[in-house]
Structure formats: structure tokens, C-alpha cells
Design a protein. Structure first.
Length: 469
């Protein structure tokens, strides 16, 4: 399997060649040179597999330049019942006939990003050791991604993590999760400012090519293809858990931000998995809902970005969306390049009047949005009817999943975080905070390790220079 850029430039690369870099040199995102397709018989052969076996089978399609025995061992180390707190790894819970929850949030940081990031940690360590290299991962986080990356990379050889977060702006639980890590290769930098200040520092440091090369700076952002590939696996897992025979269809409801999670579902559908519809859910930041309803993709700026009670979906633009548009325009790199050029210049593009709109409409994706009040209502309803407490992001997905579901349709809602991470909103909805899973009872009282800094590029560079390996 070779990988090409969504903007059509460069030469095809192997999986390990694109693993540690970010964007393609022409500014595009890497995608498989051809979308793999499985026959019904090939899909059904995967049905009896357990999670690790399934992950190996699916990932082998995308990763063909790591020896099979090594890839198997990486997968086996990533998906253990102790890390994911269940032998199923991603168990399916049935609310009622036709309405299910795929539980993806039992990893160390209690959010679905662990499903891909744990694999990435072992994969990075393996590839770096093989190439005799080291990597310093630099990132900015407002919560979920940063902690998931730190728990995946902690203690890994050849890797240091420098994670910037806004000082005193994350929840006490999120802070404790990140700052209580005592591993010598994890460096938390609390920036006096907001998330955008952190992001700006990361951008400036990463755009200094000589600093980047000297200190081997890398990223683990959501455009990394390995993360997408690892997410395809649980669509297969959920599908098999909810069906009993070949060809039966299932739909998925997906709380969406950067379009990574639902894009993995789109890839699974293109591979031949019988997915009826992909139901995309947004919160008040509805750039994606607007696109799928109207064809108009309009990036939000500054004051237009709402701080919501499903904060991990508070995005202004959806980075992985470019991969979807690449397919919609018939894999035309030049068309994508032109659309993103227009986006850069005007902040939007409109496909509704183009020949591509019919392709969007037949891609199997529908969308909906949820407000704060609707989110609370969904949390209350699911607690009342099924005695399950869901987190605010999952609630956004469950809202569209229940509303859009047709008679006889099987819907799997993806659980993207556990409610304990967003206890204040749960308290607002239900009058009481959710019970904490075992091992997380007192994390706020653990000793914390972090560095407080101004949003000062030189200070951050000096810190990296001092601690990088
Ligand atoms: C990251 C995240 C999302 C959004 O997922 P994307 O892949 O960016 O669309 C939704 N919910 C939670 C809890 C998240 O952490």
C-alpha cells in the first residue's frame, strides 16, 4: 500500500515513510493510493476474530512495510485487557432493539482517542528503534488529545513529549490526568494564556525548520494516517457485534470535530463493510452539519467559535475533511488544491451547485447538530430509559442517532468519552456527579509535575533544547 497526497503532489510513499511526518510537502494529507476493497466473503472471514486479531487483519491492509510478525506484536501490546479494562476492548452495549452504544472510552484517559493513540505509542517506539532515531513530540491541547498522547507515549524509548496546555483552564480532573504523570519523557508546559496561545507557540516553533530538524520535532495530530487506520478497526468490531449474518446493514452515529472518527467509518464503508448511513453529529460549532445540509463549507473564526459543553468538538475547521473531499471530487488532487486555495483566501467554498454535490449526497453521510439544552435532555433521557449515563459528546451522537433512526434500522452510537471527564455537565443534567471508575477516585490529590511559562516562543524553545533527546 502506497500513500499519496490529497493535493496531488509528490511521489507515492510507503506507510513508514509517512508515519512520523505530518502534512505532505504540498500541504495535503496522505491517503491510500487506492482505497482497499474487501469482498463479502473476506469480510465474513473476519467475523469470528477477537479485537487483537481483527486489528492485525485490518491494519495489515494499510501497513505492508512492517514484517507481519512485528506488526502482530505491536498490536498485541497495544490492545490488552488491562489497558482497556475489558477483554472485548470495545464492548457493544444494547440500549434497546436497534439502538446500541459502542464503548470506546475505557482506555487510560477515558476517551476514544486512546483506541488509536495506544497503538501509535507502540508503533512509534518500534519504528524509531528500527531506524535508530529519536523523536520529540510537540503539541498543544485543551484536554483530550494531549492526555491521550501522553498516556500512549509515557515511558516509550526514543520519544519525548512536550505538551502545552492553557494554565488553570482545564478541568481539575484533566489537569490531574496529565500533570500526575511522573515519567521522565513527559513534559507538561502550562502556558499563561488560552488554548490558542498554546497553539500559536507550537505553530511558530514548528515553522522554524532548522530548530525542527535539530531537535527532531514531530506531532501526533489527528491527521496522522495511522490513527485513522486504527479507528477503522472498531467499525468492523461494532458491525460484527451488532449483526449475525453477512450483508446485514448497520448505521453509526458519530460525535464529530476534526472529522477523523467519522472519516474512518467512511473508509470502512468504502472497504465494503455494510454500513447503511454514517450520522454525523456536531454541537453548536456546526461547520460540518452546515456542509452536509447545504454544500457550503465555511470555516469559523474567533468570536464565531462557541465554548460548549461538548468542548472536544469545538472546532473552527475539520482537518480530516480534506480527505473526504478528495474522494468526492473523484480523487482529483488539483481540484482539492484549488478548493483549499479558495478556503485560504475567502474562508469558504460551496459545492451545492457543482457536479460534486450528487457525490456528497450519495456518500451515505447525514448530519445533525445539538445545543446545550438538547445535550442535557439526551443525557437525562438515556439515564431515565436505560439507566446509563453518557458523556456530553456521546449525547450529541445519541441525539441524532435516535432522531434519524428509521424503523428496522440498527444504529450504533459511538461513545467518545466517559461522563466522569465532564462531571459538571452531568451534574447539571442529572443533579449528581457520575461515579468514577476504579483507580480514578483520588487523582486530583496525586503529586503534579508541570512547568508554568508565558506564551513565549524562545522560552519554550529553550526548555525543549534543554530536555530533548
Ligand atoms: C476528539 C473528540 C471528538 C471528535 O472526534 P474527531 O475525530 O475529531 O471528529 C469527539 N468527542 C470526544 C470526547 C473527543 O475527544
Amino acid at each position: 500500500m502506497r500513500y499519496i497526497s490529497t493535493r496531488g503532489g509528490g511521489t507515492p510513499q510507503s506507510f513508514t515513510q509517512i508515519l512520523l511526518g505530518g502534512l505532505a510537502p504540498d500541504g495535503g494529507l496522505y491517503v491510500p493510493a487506492t482505497m482497499p476493497a474487501l469482498t463479502t466473503a473476506e469480510i465474513e472471514r473476519l467475523r469470528p476474530l477477537n479485537y487483537r486479531e481483527l486489528a492485525f487483519a485490518v491494519l495489515s491492509i494499510f501497513i505492508d512495510d512492517i514484517p507481519a510478525h512485528d506488526l502482530k506484536s505491536i498490536v498485541d501490546r497495544a490492545y490488552t485487557s488491562s489497558v482497556f479494562r475489558s477483554t472485548a476492548i470495545a464492548p457493544l452495549k444494547t440500549f434497546t432493539q436497534g439502538l446500541n452504544l459502542l464503548q470506546l472510552s475505557n482506555g487510560p484517559t477515558l476517551a476514544f482517542k486512546d483506541m488509536a493513540m495506544q497503538f501509535l505509542g507502540h508503533l512509534f517506539e518500534y519504528v524509531l528503534a528500527k531506524e535508530g532515531r529519536s523523536l520529540n513530540i510537540l503539541g498543544a491541547t485543551s484536554g483530550d488529545t494531549g492526555s491521550s498522547a501522553e498516556y500512549a507515549m509515557r515511558g516509550k524509548k526514543g520519544i519525548h513529549v512536550f505538551m502545552l496546555s492553557p494554565h488553570e483552564r482545564m478541568s481539575a480532573f484533566q489537569r490531574a490526568q496529565m500533570f500526575s504523570l511522573q515519567d521522565a519523557n513527559i513534559h507538561n508546559i502550562a502556558i499563561r494564556g488560552v488554548f490558542d496561545d498554546c497553539q500559536d507557540v507550537v505553530k511558530v516553533v514548528s515553522s522554524d525548520a532548522s530548530f525542527k530538524a535539530q531537535y527532531r520535532i514531530g506531532a501526533v495530530n489527528s491527521i496522522n494516517w495511522a490513527r485513522i487506520a486504527a479507528q477503522v478497526v472498531y467499525y468492523f468490531k461494532g458491525y460484527f457485534a451488532a449483526t449475525s449474518k453477512a450483508g446485514e446493514e448497520v448505521s453509526f452515529a458519530v460525535p464529530s470535530g476534526n472529522f477523523g472518527n467519522i472519516y474512518a467509518g467512511y473508509v470502512a464503508r468504502r472497504m465494503g463493510l455494510p454500513i447503511g448511513r454514517l450520522m454525523l453529529a456536531t454541537n453548536e460549532n456546526d461547520v460540518l452539519d452546515e456542509f452536509f445540509r447545504t454544500g457550503h463549507y465555511r470555516v469559523r473564526k474567533g468570536a464565531e467559535i462557541h465554548a460548549t459543553s461538548s468542548p472536544s468538538m469545538d472546532i473552527s475547521k475539520a482537518s480530516n475533511f480534506e480527505r473526504f473531499v478528495f474522494e468526492i471530487v473523484g480523487r482529483g488532487g488539483a481540484v482539492v488544491a484549488e478548493l483549499w486555495q479558495r478556503l485560504e483566501e475567502t474562508g469558504s467554498f460551496d459545492l451545492s451547485a457543482s457536479q460534486y454535490w450528487v457525490e456528497v449526497k450519495s456518500a451515505g453521510i447525514i448530519s445533525g447538530r445539538s445545543t446545550h439544552a438538547e445535550r442535557l435532555g439526551t443525557i437525562r433521557r438515556i439515564a431515565r430509559d436505560f439507566n446509563v449515563i453518557i458523556d456530553p459528546h456521546t449525547a450529541d451522537g445519541v441525539k441524532i442517532g435516535t432522531e434519524a433512526r428509521e424503523v428496522g434500522e440498527t444504529v450504533i452510537c459511538l461513545e467518545t468519552a466517559l461522563p466522569v471527564k465532564f462531571a459538571a455537565t452531568i451534574k447539571e443534567a442529572l443533579g449528581a456527579e457520575p461515579v468514577r471508575p476504579a483507580g480514578y477516585e483520588n487523582i486530583e490529590s496525586l503529586p503534579q509535575r508541570f512547568e508554568v511559562m508565558d506564551p513565549d516562543v524562545d522560552a519554550v524553545k529553550a526548555f525543549i533544547a534543554q530536555h530533548a533527546r
